[in-house]
Design a protein around this ligand. Structure first.
Ligand SMILES: Nc1ncnc2c1ncn2[C@@H]1O[C@H](COP(=O)(O)OP(=O)(O)OP(=O)(O)O)[C@@H](O)[C@H]1O
Ligand SMILES: [Mg+2]
Length: 644
C-alpha cells in the first residue's frame, strides 16, 4: 500500500482580498518547519517502532501518576487488577455453566450441574461491578491530580530556566506545545493507560481460557485483532503528523485571535482600520487547519474501514476453525460453546483495547512533547551554586563581556568592560538597538555572558546563587510589567517576601511620584489595576512607569538599574524623579539608561554604546571635550530645546 502520508500537503490556501500582505509567507505553510526536525522523526516512526514504544509510554504515565499521588495510583492499580481477576473467574464459571448444560444426560440434571458455576458467575459479576466502580472513583480522583502535577511541573520549569532560554525559538515552541497539548495529554495518557491495563488483564483472562480449551484458538484471536490494531496505530500517526504540520498555523492563528479580542491593541486595531485585514488572515489560517483536519479524518476512517473489514474476515475464520474442531471431534461440544463465547468476548475486549491503545498513542505523542520539554528545560535550568552574593558590594566589574541572543548573527554586547562602584551614578547612552537594555540585563544577572566575566567584589557571578544576586538588584524595566494586582501590591511585590505596611508602600510610592495619582483612584491603594475585572482601573503609560519606579525603590537594593524610567513621563515628573533618584541613591549604585541627555549630565560616569561596544566613556565634561558621539547627541538635543 503506498504511504499516503508521503503526499505533499494540499494547496489549501484560500486567497482573500486583503490577505495579500502575508501571502508571501504562505509558501509551504503546511510543510514541516526546519525547527521541527526532531519531532518529525517521531512522526516518521514505523508501525513496529510505534508498537515498541507502548511499554515506555505506559511506564512514563505510571511515573507521572505516581508523582501526582502514590496512594491513589496504587489504589487504582490494585482495584483494576482485582476487577480483572474477578472477570477471569467469571469467564471460567461461564465455561463451567456450558459444561454443565451441554453434558450428556436428562435436562433437569444438566441444569442442576450448571447451578454452582452460575452462582459463582453471579457473585463474580457483583464483585467485579463493585471493584470496577471503586476503581472508577479512584481514577476520577487521580486524573485531576495528574493534571495539577503536570501543570505545576511545567510552570516550575518555565520559571526556572534562565532568561536567555526564552529567546530561543525552539524552546519557546516546545513550551507552547507542552502547554497547549502536553498537559491535557499527560492527564489522558494516564487515563487511557489505565484502560489499556484493564483491557490487558481481561484479555489475559480470555486468552488463558481459550488456550486451555484449544491452543490453536489463541493465535487466531490475535490474528483477528491485528488489523484493528494496525488501523488504530496508523490513525494515531496520521493525526500527530498533521498536528505537527499545523502547529505553526495554529500558533499564528491564536496569536492573531488574541489580538483581535484583547483590550490593549483594540484602539490601534480600529485606528488603523486593520480589522478586515486581520480577520481575513485568521480566516485563511482557520481554513488551512480545517481542510487538513478533514483530510486526516478521511484517511483515518479509510484505514479503520480496512482494519475492521479484515478483522471481521479473520474472526469468521476463527469461528470456522472452531466448527472444524467440533466436526472432526477434536473438541467437546461443551468446550466449543464456551470457546465461542470466549472468542466473542475476546474480540470485543480486543476492540476496546485497540481503541485504548490508539488513544494512548495519540496522547502519548503529545505527552512525549511534554516530557521532551521538561528534559529540555532541565538542561536549560540555571546553575545554582550555594555561595550567596554580598549584602552590599563595593565594586562590580565587567571585563570583556560579550553576549549574543540565541540564533543572533552578531553579539548584542561586544567586549564591554566597565566598573560600577558603590554610591556611583552611571549612565548608559546610545542609539536604539545599541545594546543598553541588554547590558542592563547582564548587570542585573538576568543574562549570563558567553565571554568575559562579571565580578562582584572579585567573585565571579557564575559562582554565586543567581537569586541571591538578583536580590541585591532593583530594576525598572524598559517595559515594566503591568501586574493585574492592586496598586499596593504592584509596589509591594518589589519585596513580596517581607510584610509591607501601608506607610512603607506610601513612602515608596512618593519616591516614584506615584502617591498622588494612586490616592485619586476609586479605592486608592486597594484599587485593582486591571480593566479585565469589575471595578478594576487602568493607568496611563506614565503612571504605570511611576509605579514601576516606586516598586524598584520599594525593593531597596544596593544596585538600582533604571532602563528609561522617565520615557513616558512629562517634563515636571521627570525632573522630580531624577531629583529623588539622586537624593535616595546615597549609598546605592544607580545605572541610568536614558535618551534624554540632560538627565545624564550629572552622572559620575557615562558610557556611550554603539553596536554593542563602548565607544566613549567619561563624565559629561570629558565627553563634551572629546567631541565624539556623546557631544553630537548632546548638542543636538540642547539646540532643539533652545530653538523651541
Ligand atoms: N530578546 C531578544 N532576542 C533577540 N535579539 C534581541 C532581543 N532583545 C534585543 N535584541 C537585539 O539586541 C540588540 C540590542 O538591543 P537592546 O534592547 O539592548 O538595545 P537598546 O540599546 O536598549 O535599544 P533601545 O534604545 O531601543 O531601547 C538589538 O539589535 C536587538 O535587535
Ligand atoms: Mg532598551
Amino acid at each position: 500500500m503506498p504511504d499516503p502520508e508521503a503526499d505533499p500537503a494540499p494547496d489549501s490556501s484560500s486567497p482573500t482580498a486583503s490577505s495579500s500582505l502575508l501571502e508571501s509567507e504562505d509558501d509551504g505553510e503546511l510543510d514541516l518547519p526546519y525547527w521541527l526536525t526532531s519531532t518529525q522523526e517521531a512522526a516518521n516512526t514505523t508501525f513496529l517502532q510505534m508498537v515498541r514504544r507502548l511499554p515506555r509510554l505506559l511506564r512514563d504515565a505510571w511515573m507521572l501518576a505516581w508523582r501526582a499521588s502514590p496512594r491513589t495510583t496504587t489504589a487504582v492499580l490494585v482495584l483494576q487488577l482485582a476487577a480483572g481477576a474477578a472477570a477471569a473467574l467469571g469467564l471460567i464459571s461461564v465455561v463451567g455453566v456450558f459444561e454443565g448444560l451441554l453434558q450428556a444426560g436428562p435436562t433437569p440434571e444438566r441444569v442442576r450441574a450448571a447451578v454452582p458455576s452460575l452462582v459463582i458467575l453471579i457473585l463474580t459479576l457483583a464483585v467485579r461491578g463493585l471493584l470496577a466502580s471503586a476503581a472508577a472513583a479512584a481514577n476520577g480522583r487521580l486524573s485531576p491530580m495528574v493534571y495539577e502535577a503536570a501543570e505545576m511541573r511545567l510552570l516550575d520549569l518555565t520559571t526556572r530556566v534562565d532568561l536567555a532560554t526564552f529567546d530561543a525559538p525552539d524552546w519557546r515552541d516546545a513550551m507552547e506545545r507542552a502547554r497547549d497539548r502536553g498537559i491535557p495529554a499527560a492527564q489522558q495518557v494516564v487515563d487511557f493507560g489505565i484502560e489499556v491495563l484493564t483491557g490487558m488483564v481481561s484479555l489475559v483472562a480470555v486468552a488463558g481460557v481459550l488456550a486451555v480449551l484449544h491452543p490453536v484458538l489463541l493465535p487466531l484471536l490475535v490474528l483477528a485483532a491485528l488489523p484493528t490494531g494496525w488501523a488504530a496505530v496508523r490513525a494515531a500517526r496520521l493525526g500527530y503528523r498533521s498536528q505537527l504540520r499545523l502547529i505553526a498555523v495554529w500558533r499564528r492563528q491564536r496569536m492573531l485571535a488574541y489580538l483581535l479580542a484583547a483590550r490593549e491593541p483594540a484602539g490601534e486595531l480600529r485606528a488603523f482600520t486593520v480589522r478586515g485585514f486581520l480577520l481575513a488572515e485568521v480566516a485563511r489560517l482557520l481554513r488551512i487547519s480545517t481542510l487538513e483536519e478533514i483530510r486526516v479524518v478521511t484517511r483515518s476512517v479509510r484505514s479503520n474501514l480496512y482494519g475492521q473489514a479484515l478483522s471481521g474476515l479473520l474472526t469468521g475464520l476463527a469461528y470456522l476453525v472452531l466448527l472444524w474442531l467440533l466436526w472432526t471431534g477434536r473438541m467437546e461440544l461443551a468446550a466449543g460453546g464456551a470457546a465461542a463465547y470466549a472468542i466473542n468476548l475476546g474480540i470485543g475486549k480486543l476492540r476496546e483495547l485497540a481503541f485504548s491503545v490508539n488513544r494512548v498513542y495519540e496522547q502519548g505523542l503529545y505527552f512525549s512533547d511534554f516530557q521532551g520539554f521538561c528534559d529540555l528545560s532541565v538542561q536549560h535550568a540555571e546553575p545554582s551554586p550555594d555561595r550567596r552574593a554580598p549584602e552590599r558590594f563595593t565594586e562590580i566589574v565587567l571585563d570583556g563581556v560579550t553576549f549574543s541572543y540565541p540564533d543572533a548573527t552578531r553579539p548584542a554586547i561586544d567586549d564591554v568592560s566597565l566598573t560600577l562602584r558603590r554610591g556611583e551614578i552611571i549612565a548608559l547612552v546610545g542609539e536604539n538597538g545599541s545594546g543598553k537594555s541588554t547590558l542592563a540585563a547582564v548587570l542585573a544577572g538576568l543574562y549570563r555572558p558567553q565571554r568575559g566575566s562579571v565580578t562582584w567584589d572579585g567573585v565571579d557571578v557564575t559562582r554565586l546563587h543567581p537569586e541571591s544576586l538578583r536580590d541585591r538588584v532593583a530594576v525598572v524595566m524598559q517595559e515594566p510589567t503591568r501586574w493585574p494586582l492592586s496598586a499596593r501590591l504592584n509596589i509591594a511585590i518589589g519585596r513580596h517576601d517581607q510584610p509591607a505596611s501601608l506607610e512603607r508602600v506610601q513612602e515608596s510610592a512618593e519616591a516614584g511620584d506615584a502617591h498622588e495619582f494612586v490616592m485619586e483612584l476609586p479605592r486608592a491603594y486597594e484599587t485593582l489595576l486591571s480593566r479585565h475585572f469589575t471595578d478594576g482601573a487602568d493607568l496611563s503609560g506614565g503612571q504605570w512607569q511611576r509605579l514601576a519606579v516606586a516598586r524598584a525603590f520599594h525593593r531597596d537594593a544596593p544596585l538600582l538599574i533604571c532602563d528609561e524610567p522617565t520615557a513616558n513621563l512629562d517634563a515636571r515628573a521627570e525632573h522630580d524623579v531624577y531629583q529623588r533618584l539622586r537624593d535616595l541613591a546615597s549609598g546605592r549604585t544607580v545605572v541610568l539608561i536614558t535618551h534624554r541627555m540632560a538627565s545624564v549630565r550629572e552622572a559620575d560616569r557615562i558610557y556611550v554604546l554603539d553596536h554593542g561596544s563602548v565607544i566613549e566613556e567619561g563624565d559629561h565634561e570629558e565627553l563634551m571635550a572629546a567631541g565624539g558621539l556623546y557631544a553630537q547627541l548632546f548638542t543636538l538635543q540642547a539646540s532643539a530645546y533652545q530653538s523651541a
